[in-house]
Write a protein that binds this ligand. Structure first.
Ligand code: SF4
Length: 394
């Protein structure tokens, strides 16, 4: 990750190397194949959250018109920009600011907030803003959906060629896509190791380990990283080394992590000998549809099939599979105040799934980055009570 950020930092200081900003489930592969250094503002926002400086920065974005109700990734990131602060400076000596974009590319598959977020910076840096507008809230993905998204992705090439100064090379895209697919396959295998009992990793580990799957997919480094991680986890399975000592309960986390409380929350669950084995969030960077032989159609499929872009019926079918595969005793839904897109508890999904599966669930209130939306006492009380309920069930 250090290498990645240092390269971005040096690229931003030259005219010859171009930087593209991309939403986390946007068409990063196209950008890489055209020689762009790719920066993901969401990764930066997660750092703002994890370093617990996000909450204090949000009001600066509120002051320029972005409501406290909208995505706190957006508000904390814009707040950080306005205050000229970045956690990158603390993590990586010598980096003074985020890299300047030559172009910004978003995909609305996850939400509209990324579009507004990127539009702020496009105006600020006076650079082009390009986007892919994906269908949302869909059950069945049809050929029409896929073809239209593939066309949108393909139509990005012409303007991106002009900005990058490079000519599009399909062979290069195939190479990048093939590396992305390898990264994706390995990341899936890493997350799937949590189906072992005891699980060798938790959702909290996954939230950190997913960094390369987000910012480095399409590179050999990400493939090497997950190859190493997978072998370590497989070794732990052989030795029956659980991530949580003496694992008693296995839980599933739906929704965003609460970045500023990763350690605190992992400790609350570990104390209860409960392992949060899997999550919708970490699984969202598994793109097994990528196919180097059919790049545009396969990218369109992968980026449209995302859990977050689907209707409740498709989401529930997916969750039922996850419950079985990871042998889950209970589900925790995070109702994230500023991200309705990644919150699935507001339209009776927990009740429907409980009726069908008899797996108990708990809704916790909080937020990805705005810690004012979270009561630590309430969170702990609710988790303790939920574990008691699971004990009763056993
Ligand atoms: S999905 Fe949620 S957290 Fe992510 S950018 Fe959109 S609103 Fe923000």
């Amino acid at each position: 990750m250090a290498d990645y950020y240092y390269k971005l930092d040096s690229a931003t200081k030259t005219d010859s190397e171009k930087v593209a900003w991309c939403s986390s489930v946007g068409p990063a592969e196209i950008l890489r194949s055209l020689g762009f250094h790719v920066y993901f503002p969401e990764n930066h926002s997660a750092m703002l959250g994890a370093s617990r400086i996000a909450t204090d920065l949000i009001p600066y974005a509120n002051a320029v018109g972005y409501s406290p109700e909208v995505c706190s990734y957006l508000t904390s990131d814009i707040g950080a920009y306005l205050r000229k602060v970045t956690p990158l400076s603390k993590a990586y000596e010598g980096i003074k600011s985020i890299p300047k974009p030559d172009v910004l590319v978003f995909n609305t598959n996850q939400c509209r907030d990324v579009q507004d977020w990127f539009a702020f910076y496009a105006k600020e840096f006076n650079v082009p803003l390009l986007g892919v507008y994906t269908y949302r809230n869909i059950n069945d993905i049809t050929e029409t959906h896929v073809k239209s998204i593939a066309q949108q992705i393909e139509s990005l090439i012409e303007p991106l060629e002009k900005i990058s100064g490079n000519t599009f090379n399909k062979m290069e895209l195939k190479k990048v896509l093939s590396l992305s697919r390898q990264c994706s396959n390995l990341w899936k295998k890493v997350l799937d190791t949590a189906s072992a009992t005891p699980s060798p990793l938790t959702f909290f580990d996954g939230s950190i380990q997913m960094g390369p799957a987000v910012v480095l997919r399409g590179t050999q480094q990400a493939v090497d990283y997950y190859t190493l991680l997978l072998s370590e986890l497989e070794d732990r399975i052989k030795k029956s080394e659980g991530a949580v000592e003496d694992e008693r309960f296995r839980l599933y986390w739906d929704g965003m992590p609460i970045w500023g409380r990763l350690r605190a929350h992992s400790e609350i669950f570990a104390t209860q000998r409960a392992c949060v084995v899997a999550s919708t969030y970490c699984n969202s960077w598994i793109f097994t549809d990528f196919d180097a032989n059919d790049p545009f159609i396969s990218m369109a499929k992968a980026y449209t099939k995302l859990f977050i872009a689907r209707a409740d019926e498709a989401k529930e079918n997916y969750l039922k599979k996850m419950i079985d595969f990871f042998k889950v005793d209970g589900i925790i839904y995070h109702d994230s105040k500023t991200c309705s897109n990644n919150t699935n508890s507001r339209y009776a999904m927990p009740q429907r799934l409980e009726d069908e599966t008899e797996i108990p669930s708990l809704v916790v209130n909080g937020d990805l980055n705005d810690l004012r939306c979270l009561s630590d006492e309430q969170f702990k009380t609710n988790i303790d009570a939920f574990i008691e309920q699971l004990e009763g069930n056993k």
